[in-house]
Ligand binder design. Structure first.
Ligand SMILES: O=C(O)CCC(=O)C(=O)O
Ligand SMILES: [Fe+2]
Length: 320
């Protein structure tokens, strides 16, 4: 495959980002959601690159997920799960510290082993809306579970989250697992930064818009570049201070960041899911006859596929 360049990014743009998109025509034929205003959400998406669904997850569903995490932390030796701690990757079964201690931890892809995680990813509002965004069923690519603020500098996701065969078929949901305090390092995003032309994609070398192992440019160069672009376009950050159960969905081109944690004593429990469309989902991540053999979870029109390489299947409390 050649360089994944800006032409690929633009050629794979989703319906609502295309200049020919016509809201009135679209709404005439679109299925009408029962529990949110589709026109308002599409307008938010096109204008800001973000939609917010308040109170979208029942507290009991979140608590089931937190129970799974508590189980993992009591039995870390039993799980071959990847986690990130202080910027380094570890296997949960190999660590000798409490994964929820001081600076906190990021669990990768808990949806592989937790039904509660799958249910959070396949949230009714997020999946229904993303079905409109993608014009196809949304499929989970990965999830990230944060116990504390990420303090992650400004970035877009597509240079990093890029196993989908159409790079622009990318969106993410951010589910709040508790009320988020302003000093806990909340998520910030730059409304409008997803619009074509607002921010020129970063060139990682040779015209590539994605980070490769041999890229000429370094991930540390991205944030300063984006801040210059955001200042030139006069785009200002907005801070997301959700209540437990609120869900924010962002566009794969949107610039966002984890703000600085001002009070290191506070947690900021959140669950992020990255989605692509069914047609862009990487075939190598599926069992050979995944649909026929039921190697997936389907809910609210969205999918989580089982992966051939996952060992710790279905052993957490939420599967019982
Ligand atoms: O939650 C955060 O602080 C940032 C998360 C993020 O950027 C991501 O998961 O893509
Ligand atoms: Fe991100």
């Amino acid at each position: 495959m050649g360089v994944i360049d800006i032409h690929h990014l633009m050629d794979t743009a989703m319906l609502f980002d295309r200049p020919e998109f016509d809201m009135a025509d679209y709404l005439k034929q679109a299925p009408v959601p029962a529990d949110y205003d589709l026109r308002e959400k599409i307008e938010d998406w096109r204008e800001n690159g973000v939609v917010i669904f308040e109170n979208a997850v029942a507290p009991a569903e979140i608590d089931r997920f937190l129970d799974d995490i508590a189980f993992l932390c009591r039995e870390p030796k039993a799980f071959d799960l990847e986690i990130e701690f202080r910027g380094a990757r570890h296997r949960l079964c190999e660590i000798d510290f409490n994964p929820l201690s001081d600076t906190g931890v990021k669990f990768n892809c808990l949806e592989n082993i937790s039904l509660a995680a799958r249910n959070l990813s396949l949230n009714k509002f997020a999946c229904d809306f993303l079905g409109h965004v993608f014009q196809e069923p949304p499929v989970v690519l990965q999830s990230l579970t944060f116990w504390r603020g990420s303090n992650q500098p400004a970035h877009t996701d597509y240079p990093y989250v890029r196993t989908q065969t159409k790079l622009s078929h990318l969106a993410a949901s951010w589910t709040s697992l508790e009320d988020v305090h302003a000093d806990a390092g909340p998520l910030a995003y730059y409304p409008g930064s997803h619009r074509p032309g607002a921010v020129t994609p970063f060139d990682w070398g040779g015209g590539s818009v994605v980070l490769e192992p041999d890229s000429q440019r370094n991930a540390k160069e991205l944030a300063p570049y984006l801040h210059e672009q955001l200042a030139a376009a006069d785009l200002k950050p907005k801070i997301f201070l959700p209540k437990k159960g609120d869900v924010l969905v962002w566009h794969g081109w949107l610039v966002h960041e984890g703000t600085k944690t001002r009070n290191l004593g506070l947690t900021r429990k959140s669950y992020v899911t990255h989605f692509t469309s069914m047609s862009a989902y990487p075939r190598a991540h599926l069992f050979p006859n995944a649909l026929k053999d039921g190697k997936y979870t389907r809910r609210h029109g969205g999918y989580v596929f089982d992966h051939p390489w996952v060992k710790d299947e279905r052993c957490l409390p939420s599967w019982r």
